[in-house]
Design a binder for this molecule. Sequence first.
Ligand code: ADP
Ligand code: TPW
Ligand code: MG
Length: 582
Amino acid sequence: MATTANNQPAPAPAAQPDLSDLTDGMRMIVRALKDNGVDTIYGVVGIPVSGIAFWAQKEGIRYISFRHEQSAAYAAQISGFLTKKPGVLLTVSGPGFLNGMTGVANATVNCFPIIHLGGSSDRQLIDLHEGEYEGLDQMTAAIPYTKASLRIDTVQDIPLAIERAFRIASSGRPGGVYVDLTTVMLGQRITKEEAEPLFFAPNDPAPAQIPATESVDRLLAALAAAKHPLIILGKGAAYAQIDAEIKAFIEKTGIPFLPMSMAKGLLPDDHPQIAASARSYSLENADLYLFIGARINWMLGFGQGAHWNQKAVFAQIDIDPQEIGNTRKIDVPVVGDLASVFKVIDAELPKYTIKPADDWLASIQKASAVSNAKFEAKLAAPSSPLNYFTTLGVVKRLLEDYKDIILVNEGANTLDNTRDAIPRYYPRTRVDCGTWAIMGIGMGYSIGAAVSTGKQVLAIEGDSAFGFSGMEISTICRFKLPVTVVIFNNGGIYKGDTVNASGGTDPSPYTLDHDAKYSLLIEAFGGTGYEVDNAADFETALKEALASKKPSLINVKLDIHAGKESGHIGYLNPTPLPGIDY
Ligand code: ADP
Ligand code: TPW
Ligand code: MG
């Protein structure tokens, strides 16, 4: 029998109120998510968060259950990128939290909005390191990888904290927000009457950030003075969803543009002003660079080195003032959100005559025609065993009938060659390894893209890259998603023919499973698998898979010698290895 501290019998518990009058932390979280417009949660359940998924599903929120939290995080963040609304990830405490956090870090690095809801174990035990079940100081652990890390300790704070999380993730430069949900808080009960007035509709969570008109005038004046201007479009421009405005500006001014990989399709890849096939020529000869939603980071050589004209004017539009001048001097900064910036540009543009030199675009088009002809010949040439280019030639031809399919792409050679070979025609139809060059996004991005847009998805995966998230084939099949996965199987990381330097029988560090029948993986879960090793069979399989709009996987056995170390970025290796192709 319970006793009080001075050994008196405990007072009889107060009569339990009618439970139907009560709500709890789990249900209040679900209600707050709904208030903030959430229609889907991605995650893995278990103690203490199962109830959130359970009540969410009851309330009409879609719950997509994964095999691993990292993939759930990738799915949530790519839905954030594609829809401009933070994706929601749900994990359990400790290891589940950490599994998801890799994905959240990737989101923050890529400027994708995501909210990570993590259940957490008893804080009193964690804080004293007493060996709590799945114990971890998650809120502190999340700080370096997120824009903000919050903890909700009492149910009364739920509506405010959830709205704040959405505000932080989606305003300014988007990124990850971690919200720690303590077990105690999730179990707290209050009356519905007390809870109801706490809820509220979000009020302008991602407010406009209007640029100074003078900064836009400085930009337009610089563009008017330039003879060889070049626009570099980044994934921030794709994220902003002002596709028509950006296209109109580029066409009105006649400035050539270079899309970064996830900005492909913002203007179609066959647009007459595209400079992608004359990248070095256009970079070397430009006298003004205008970066729109693109950081001048490693992917752009930090704006330094041989390809960049150091005498050119550097202009940059970004929502984040701290980005300006990050890696080199920016002559003309414009800080604001792109929707607002383009409103001011439109208003000011009539005051300026922007007209690049007549021969600028023409010379880019001429250089492009030469390199396009060479590249097309590579795609059309047969190969046996198959190389990347013959295989991509097949993909390119068939995708002419699926122009707005979302292309997910990861690997090294598979990434670089696919990006070069497969044109995109619509905004936000290409997602890939991104800023962190991360492997493992493949199945998560495919699932998140299919679920959040309702569109068909094609994932082109290196055999190594696929292995990082291959088990999520189960999720693709369980939710019957219209995803086709193509594995470019050259038997390893960069390729499969590397030998063990010791002469021993262990596989080399690069070597994986060239003879593996990856198609059996999807058949285990009721999808359709194909094994092919020549262009004709690949074409038949891909045609059938795309037409089916059902979960399908094609293992394409490539030449084991196809590919080179690190694809296009072998130069980043600290020191070349003997006998390796760079
Ligand atoms: P890429 O890898 O395609 O070059 P980055 O991820 O490096 O693109 O750059 C994206 C940039 O876009 C970031 O600096 C981010 O602050 C910026 N950005 C994101 N959303 C907006 C927006 N709505 N308006 C302006 N800039 C934005
Ligand atoms: C999370 C290092 C970069 S590229 C790559 C790895 C392992 C795989 C390349 O082989 P793949 O493609 O996919 O078969 P291909 O066509 O060149 O043969 N761990 C993480 N991220 C990265 N980037 C690595 C390791 C890496
Ligand atoms: Mg490979």
